[in-house]
Design a protein around this ligand. Structure first.
Ligand code: F6P
Length: 334
């Protein structure tokens, strides 16, 4: 196969994972390592994200094709992850720079979310080491890609849980409030509401408050439905599932309910086929972007096409929830 000419020749790059882990990060690491080797570039894996970059030593690992064998199906990240406060200080970044130079690193692929890319951009401005990001977060809250790595697996996990909750909700004729992850974003909650057939959802992006849920239950007395699932996004303005449950109980006499917080279960597990393919394309594309002299950009897929977006836009531009899905929640509520 003919190899394309790349603008910028690099001898060695590094890859690391940072922030909250997400299913598919391993598939992405594998893609980065194998693409670099394919192009005769050496690759170093940095353990524990920015923390390992600062601490140096054994956190810098030479990688080859075999180091990423048998990981495409594994959740978590073989390179481990962390949220480093020290990297937010100039002293921390100086130590990180010294370690990169000592290891001959000329470019970086960072797999993570907002915090990861913010750190990478500051680092480039201070030390000139180029980075390309791959969006690894279950939240799907990054502008410049239709889906982030791990989102698809997380919503499947959430839907699987909702299906099980539905069985017991049906048996006991109860309402369940299910809180799903997503820090300040409702992507997981909205998708899981549609796929899990939940009746109501409270999302951080919408101005509606719990009164819409109160109205829903009050108006339901003459329907034959005996149980319900209400999804509450963790970043919901009025509070999480326990808080909403309290409010509903105060306003609806005899309201019978249970609360489930799904939590970190959503971050684990084997990635779906979709996440593996996405991670493979973005990891590989990130290496080739570095080879083309790109920097401070995030690799993404928009309408199934590879695209680079500046870190600035990926972090600060707001990715909107799909209004068609919001409308479906109301339509299916009859
Ligand atoms: O960003 C991914 C995420 O799982 C969010 O959905 C959640 O708010 C946060 O990370 C939890 O972070 P931690 O694992 O540090 O508690």
């Amino acid at each position: 196969m003919e190899r394309l000419f790349y603008f910028y020749s690099m001898k060695k790059i590094a890859v690391f994972t940072s922030g909250g882990d997400s299913p598919g990060m391993n598939a992405c690491i594998r893609a980065v390592v194998r693409t670099a080797i394919y192009h005769s570039i050496e690759v170093c894996g940095i353990m524990q994200g920015y923390k390992g970059m600062i601490e140096g030593g054994e956190n810098f690992i030479e990688m080859n094709s075999r180091s990423v064998g048998n990981i495409i199906q594994r959740g978590g990240t073989i390179l481990k992850s962390s949220r480093s406060k020290e990297f937010m200080t100039p002293e921390g970044r100086k130590l990180a720079y010294d370690n990169l130079i000592a290891n001959g690193i000329e470019g970086i692929v960072c797999i993570g979310g907002n915090g990861t890319f913010t750190g990478a951009e500051i680092f480039y401005n201070e030390y000139g080491i180029p980075s390309i990001g791959a969006p690894g977060t279950i939240d799907n809250d990054l502008y410049g890609t239709d889906f982030t790595i791990g989102f698809d697996t997380a919503i499947n996990t959430a839907v699987d849980a909702i299906d099980k909750i539905r069985d017991t909700a049906d048996s006991h004729g109860r309402t369940f409030l299910v809180e799903l992850m997503g820090r300040h974003a409702g992507f997981i909650s909205l998708a899981a509401t549609i796929a899990g057939g939940a009746e109501q959802v409270l999302l951080p992006e919408l101005v509606e408050d719990h009164s819409k849920v109160v109205e829903f239950f009050k108006g339901r007395t003459n329907t034959k439905k005996s149980f319900s699932i209400v999804v509450v996004a963790e970043g919901n303005e009025e509070g999480g599932a326990f808080k909403i449950d309290e409010m509903l109980k105060a306003e609806i006499p005899g309201f019978e309910s249970r609360v489930v917080i799904l939590g970190h279960i959503q971050r684990g597990g084997s990635p779906t086929a979709y996440d593996r393919v996405l991670a493979s394309r973005l990891g590989s594309g990130a290496v080739e972007a570095l080879m083309n002299g790109e920097k401070n950009k995030m690799a993404g897929l928009i309408n199934n096409r590879f695209q680079l977006t500046s870190f600035h836009d990926a972090i600060y531009k707001r990715k909107e929830l799909n209004p068609d899905l919001i409308k479906l929640v109301d339509i299916f509520n009859c």
